[in-house]
Design a protein around this ligand. Structure first.
Ligand SMILES: [Fe+2]
Ligand SMILES: [Fe+2]
Length: 286
């Protein structure tokens, strides 16, 4: 890849959609655990899509609330700020991630399903390992493959070269780097830097395929890495990349993960992803 191509990629990054105003405002509000539900409803009420999604989620079988939830305020009280925040972020990323990612052979919505799966699996792993969970885990996992959206278009032309390298045993992201001059993890981290996201999130995205290179030990990096592999193992979002991907033995050792941890997390992840896909009407397209 020439310098011009890299410049072209960077130009695309600059025109990458930013987080919409209402969403940014809402995420800020939800960050405060003491925020009254009425104030959240006030912000959401002008967004029919978001209102519909929050209500659909609150009424989904996953939560199994005894009576029907009819207002955003009630939904926020029942689901809690955390779940609502996750839904808002999923909605926001959904709008960006819907298109097919050609070069990676991911159909429309599949990258989104994969991103949600990695988020849920990350949280599930934190819980299994009795680590205190925070919102950053969900965000890092949700955005870990965002670089693929941009690179997908470039991979399309160079796929044969990348495939030739991977068939010789080179890991996918290394082959990407070799052929394109940059890999999707590096590019993703770059995008998030332009969004001014916290350094731990950027680092989890940057090293999600290679947690051992992250420098200092970072649980967030290891968790997102293992959750990514787990999601690919259960068949969510494999595309081209999933065929050449294994977990880092050092990361699983650092976290103290056992097979028994992974089983429970895998089944809960599948259930939640299907539930959310229903909310976003993705299952009909699958
Ligand atoms: Fe990735
Ligand atoms: Fe991934």
């Amino acid at each position: 890849m020439t310098q011009t191509d890299i410049h072209e990629i960077m130009t695309k990054v600059c025109s990458f959609p930013s987080i919409p105003g209402t969403t940014a405002k809402l995420l800020k509000l939800l960050d405060d655990p003491d925020i009254p539900a009425s104030q959240i409803e006030e912000t959401v009420r002008y967004d029919p899509g978001l209102t519909a999604n929050i209500l659909k989620l609150a009424n989904s079988a996953y939560f199994g609330f005894a009576s029907k939830v009819g207002s955003v305020k009630q939904a926020v009280v029942l689901l809690g700020n955390k779940r609502v925040t996750q839904l808002v972020m999923a909605s926001c990323v959904n709008a960006i991630i819907q298109k097919p990612v050609v070069g990676y052979e991911l159909p429309p919505g599949e990258l989104w399903r994969h991103s949600i799966a990695v988020s849920v699996a990350s949280e599930g792993l934190m819980k299994e390992l009795e680590l205190s969970t925070n919102q950053e885990v969900f965000t890092a996992a949700l955005l870990h493959d965002v670089g693929k959206l941009i690179l997908g278009e470039f991979v399309k032309e160079d796929l044969e070269k990348i495939e030739a390298l991977t068939s010789e045993g080179m890991p996918f992201q290394e082959a990407e780097h070799e052929v394109l001059g940059i890999d999707h993890a590096q590019l993703g981290a770059h995008i998030l830097k332009t969004w001014s996201l916290p350094p731990d999130i950027i680092s989890a995205v940057r090293y999600h395929h290679d947690p051992d290179s992250a420098g200092e030990t970072n649980t967030l990096v290891d968790i997102v890495h293992v959750a990514d592999v787990l999601s690919l193992m259960i068949g969510i979002g494999a595309g081209r990349e999933g065929l050449h991907y294994e977990p880092s033995p050092s990361a699983t050792k650092r976290l103290g993960i056992k097979a028994s941890h992974l089983e429970g997390v895998a089944s809960r992840t599948l259930q939640w992803v299907n539930e959310l896909s229903d909310v976003f009407g993705l299952n009909e397209n699958m």
